[in-house]
Design a protein around this ligand. Sequence first.
Ligand code: GSH
Length: 128
Amino acid sequence: MLLKLLRNGLGYLIIFISFFIPINRLARSTENQQCVDDMTRSLSLYQFNACPFCLKTRRAFKRLGLSIETRNAMKNPSRADLLAGGGVIKVPCLRIEDNDETIWMYESSDIIQYMQQRFGEVRQAASD
Ligand SMILES: N[C@@H](CCC(=O)N[C@@H](CS)C(=O)NCC(=O)O)C(=O)O
């Protein structure tokens, strides 16, 4: 109980601090952003608000200019969905709807790498 309180407190402190750390958001044309928004509609992030790994993932999404639906895995029905679909209550977990297939991707680093590869664009060098 005390440990959970401490963990949550620390999580919210990290969120508070990160609020002051700016994110260099990837800029896209309106058309490209619309296209990306359409593609990300099939994705959702199961997460806890105060989890540092989830915060890292959410910040990476923001950096990539992605709006991904988030689902609070602390509460049902999202918690039950995560357990039934992914097999374990661990966050963050990215749910990917791919045609008839649903993929449950765990591990913040894997999720970020996947999103970077799928939606990241080569940034123009400052001197260009
Ligand atoms: N290596 C994992 C660590 C994820 C992790 O430890 N998540 C914790 C929350 S911060 C969790 O889901 N714990 C299960 C629980 O609290 O029920 C990652 O980077 O995604």
